[in-house]
Design a protein around this ligand. Sequence first.
Ligand code: NAD
Ligand code: UDP
Length: 318
Amino acid sequence: MDSLSGARVVVTGGAGFVGSWLCERLLAEGAAVWAVDSLVTGTRRNVAHVLDHQSFTLTEADVSQGIPDPGDLDLVLHLACPASPVAYLRMPLQTLDVASNGTRHALDLAERHGARFLLSSTSEVYGDPLVHPQREDYWGNVNPIGPRSVYDEGKRFAESLTMAYRRARGVDTTIARIFNTYGPRMAFEDGRVVPTFVHQALHDLPLTVAGDGSQTRSLCWVEDTVDGLVRLALSDHPGPINLGNDEETTVLDLARTIIGLADSRSEIDHIELPEDDPRIRRPDLTRAREVLGWSPTTSAADGLQRTIEWMDELRRAA
Ligand code: NAD
Ligand code: UDP
């Protein structure tokens, strides 16, 4: 497939944060999109602006139980899964279920229609990495029985299942390993660091920095991640391919940056570091650059400013 124009695409998790931006991009490129979402962490509000689009359909369904089949398909993009630590720790069994049964149903759908399949995997497959930055050939350092394992091991199983369908059943599959992505439509209650800090800064509340804040993350603006996903879907590469931004920051510096950008009077509070919280994280983007000609283009300052403006508008409208 060279282009999305006229393509028929299923997006599981299409009413979530990344999924909603992805649906919007697919529609803009001329695809017909069937979003399937249980709304367990996503909302209709995320896709409100495309609900009337003639090529967009949102079906409410739990993909762990099965996926409604809209007929001929070119692409199945499988994003359904609770993604924030707060969400997946609240729903451990559902998270394992969607990573296993949900992924299997999405792979079966792709196989039935001879469609290309993309799994949205995660940098969490590298766990608390012993190699830095993380390249795709690093096997990771995951605690298989820790609380985060429902997500980390769930995604590792989903990757394994995807590769088994490729090898044993000939399905045209690929795997994106997404690193921390942020932007408008993330809910501040979902506990992830950017919406939490932005919400706190806009309300002059203390920013809750976990531990001493020396742990690092590399934050990618959502439209950059979505562009990488689209390029990977249109390529014939089996993956895995890291998608993220390789600008690395400590969590403490991120808190200070957000306080500055939001012109906030907030102070910093230190809270307990969650169990198994990875110490460092930064993608090696060599493969993404070479295979997809892709690298992120939005700086943290720009992306964070846009996220702050978005959340500020919501706050004023409330
Ligand atoms: P999100 O929680 O906003 O989106 C996930 C969507 O999946 C939600 O709309 C939710 O309702 C839906 N969902 C969950 N379980 C479902 C089920 N059983 N059936 C149907 N729908 C279900 O999170 P997000 O940040 O948009 O993440 C999207 C995908 O990207 C996830 O697979 C996640 O693992 C992956 N990812 C995201 C990031 C990031 O930083 N945002 C990083 C790595 C990987
Ligand atoms: N974090 C924090 N304060 C918060 C929320 C998160 O200091 O209120 C930290 C968290 O401990 C981790 C980093 O920010 O070190 C990123 O957390 P997030 O939940 O966004 O994603 P993760 O990369 O852990 O999946």
